[in-house]
Ligand binder design. Structure first.
Ligand code: FES
Length: 157
């Protein structure tokens, strides 16, 4: 084996393979992140029977709250409409810890500096699981009708 062949086998080839693996991992991560934050990305929230109770269910990790009204549910964004801080659920609605905006139980703005109500998000029920679409910004709730006796029946009010 020549010196050149030995160098290629012990240094150059592992370096090329290692660089390829690292670049592949970075590209995969970027691709996944792009999908996660795309406006068309749907996130699985879990089984509806474990998620939907009475009233309001904040899900801060998903930056949303599920709002139940009789036999229907909708998803409310927990991102403040001022600068996007995560609002906290309080007794009478939501409070933004960043600059003090207050919102009612349906996201209606009570006091600023938030310029408008919290946004509603698209919500779907598929095979017993709730899915929310990131990036949607609706002015009105998109209600999903829950019909326990009919399985996955979905409708909009
Ligand atoms: S980010 Fe909520 S009040 Fe400023």
């Amino acid at each position: 084996m020549t010196r050149r062949e030995w160098l290629f086998k012990t240094v150059a080839r592992p370096a090329v393979v290692g660089t390829g693996v690292v670049l592949g991992a970075i590209l995969l991560d970027v691709w996944r992140a792009a999908g996660r934050f795309s406006s068309h990305h749907w996130s699985d929230l879990g089984r509806i029977d474990t998620l939907v109770g009475e009233g309001l269910l904040p899900l801060p990790a998903q930056r949303i709250a599920l709002v139940r009204q009789e036999d229907r549910v909708a998803a409310l964004s927990l991102e403040c409409t001022h600068l996007g801080c995560l609002v906290n659920s309080v007794d009478e609605g939501f409070f933004c810890p960043c600059h003090g905006s207050e919102f009612g139980p349906r996201g209606e703005v009570y006091s600023g500096p938030a310029p408008r109500n919290l946004d509603w998000l698209s919500l779907r029920l598929r095979h017993g699981r709730l899915w929310v679409q990131a990036g949607t910004r609706l002015r009105e709730p998109q209600w999903v009708v829950i019909r326990q006796d009919a399985g996955d029946s979905v409708g909009k009010a």
